[in-house]
Design a protein around this ligand. Structure first.
Ligand code: HEM
Length: 458
């Protein structure tokens, strides 16, 4: 048993606060209906809160940033990932996202060079190659003072960007297949996520069969791309080439096709829907806050206007960066992180048994008035204002925290800056419906309804 660092924790075996609900099962079934409200309520009950039980697993929510840090940096023998056993494990295969222990460490070390900063300019050029199409589609609509479905445009743009960054070339048909398979896979996962007693994954229900067939089709189409890529590498290097160059440090051997397949699928999903969600919320917030959009425009106007953006321009975009971070504070795409206790673990003075599930809600932490001044206000300036209460790093975790922190955060920030900077240099966007947006917390924190923006040239 290990005692995690837990400042101001009561000693002994105090019981954590519990959410009201049925005896033994607690109130976690309520989470299915409105998880954001439920987790928000639970976040105010104490540093560690028992939510209840689903099947054989007890669920706890960790609300105190020091304890969040303890969970996210706990020794792997004590606290591990939950996703290996769930649908994502089946969808991705053995990838850096689903692996644990030494196998994960080795994979993460091998993968790291592909994501190093020196590769970003190359990836930038691929991503920038895709944005011209969005600009061309928007131009006539802006000239006619029309409106655009920004959610759909971001979904399409960021999918083209990740595919082009991955393969170095556009592969529209495969991208379409990837999209369909993942849409179904993620929806299927969502349906199973809170199921009290769903049939096991191996049971041949129509939904299980459809999922397995979808994964098989997806695997076959990516295997084909890898084969083509080997036979005739495209001119521009993409992440796939960088992954193909990954080597086992000891033996010098490259990856097998199965390993490449798993990482390609993981990068596609991890790098597409997350950035899409972030970009959509960002445009929603900019459409609601013209004064902040004007400050973004002012920063963009300091760049030379007679040429398209180049990678080095991004360094000057400090306010744009803060705006992106602030949008992810209010609407973190990864709204719920989970871990599993692997052997009895003491957290904040509470003894948690093996297989307990620990939930960390970036959404709740990012809006906790104990850590943020006026937490619901969209205020990009807060990140540069030292009088703000933004002191605790583990109270801000759009990209996670600790050793499993997002490996693609540099790529994500680069893409988001490129998208905002390119589009706001050309167009002005205004929200057509200013009613508060409804949230759809599925695998990512989506906007429930399409974001429609009025568009005009600048
Ligand atoms: C705005 C965009 C993004 C957000 C908000 C985001 C968020 C996150 C978060 C919260 C985690 C940690 C999950 C956990 O601890 O359970 C994570 C992990 C990960 N992300 Fe991202 N991500 C983004 C973009 C990307 C991109 C562009 C890529 C790749 C190109 C990527 C690849 C990954 C991978 C592979 C992991 C697993 C790392 C590991 O377990 O070692 N992400 N991401």
């Amino acid at each position: 048993m290990t005692e995690a660092a837990a400042p101001a924790a009561p000693a002994g075996r105090a019981r954590p606060a519990a959410m009201p609900g049925l005896p033994y099962f607690g109130g976690i079934v309520r989470m299915r209906k409105d998880p954001i409200a439920y987790l928000g309520e639970a976040s105010r009950q104490g540093p560690v809160v028992r939510l209840g039980r689903l099947g054989r697993r007890s669920f706890y929510q960790v609300n105190d940033p020091d304890l969040v840090r303890s969970v996210m940096t706990a020794p792997r023998a004590d606290v591990g990932m939950t996703r290996t056993s769930d649908v994502l494990g089946a969808l991705f295969g053995e990838s850096v996202f689903t692996m644990q222990d030494e196998a994960w460490r080795k994979r993460r070390d091998e993968l790291q060079p592909a994501f190093r900063t020196s590769n970003l300019p190359e990836l930038f050029d691929s991503a920038a190659g895709e944005i011209a199409l969005t600009v061309a589609r928007f131009e006539p609509i802006a000239d006619a003072r029309g409106s655009v479905d920004c959610s759909a445009a971001m979904l399409d743009l960021l999918q083209r960007m990740i595919v082009r960054m991955m393969f170095g070339v556009a592969v529209p048909e495969t991208a379409e297949q990837l999209t369909r398979a993942f849409d179904y896979g993620l929806e299927y996962r969502q349906r199973r996520r809170w199921a009290l007693a769903g049939l096991p994954r191996w049971f041949p229900t129509p939904a299980n069969r459809m999922f397995d067939e979808g994964v098989a089709r997806l695997n076959a189409s990516i295997a084909e791309i890898i084969e083509d890529y080997r036979a005739k590498p495209p001119e521009r290097a993409g992440l796939l080439k960088m992954l193909m160059e990954c080597r086992d440090e000891e033996t010098g051997a490259g990856w097998t096709d199965d390993e490449l397949l798993a990482e390609v699928k993981t990068t596609f999903v991890a790098g597409w829907l997350t950035t899409t969600t972030a970009a959509t919320w960002l445009f929603d917030l900019l459409g609601r806050h013209p004064e902040i959009a004007a400050r973004v425009e002012a920063e963009l106007d300091s760049l030379p206007s007679d040429r398209p953006l180049v990678y080095d321009d991004l360094h000057a975009l400090e306010y744009v960066e803060d705006t992106i971070l602030e949008a992810m504070r209010l609407f973190p795409p990864g709204w719920l992180l989970s871990r599993r206790v692997r052997r009895t673990f003491t957290l904040g003075g509470h003894r948690l048994r093996r297989n307990a599930v620990l939930l960390v809600s970036p959404y709740a932490l990012h809006r906790d008035p104990a850590h943020w001044n006026e937490p619901d206000r969209f205020d990009p300036g807060r990140f540069r204002d030292s009088t703000h209460g933004e002191a605790h790093k583990a109270a801000f975790l759009p990209f996670g925290y600790g050793p499993r922190v997002c490996i693609g955060r540099g790529v994500a920030m680069m893409e988001l800056k490129l998208v905002v900077a390119t589009l706001l240099r050309r167009f002005r966007f205004t929200l057509t419906d200013t009613a508060p947006a409804k949230l759809q917390p599925v695998s990512f924190l989506r906007r429930a309804e399409p974001l429609v923006l009025a568009i005009a040239p600048r």
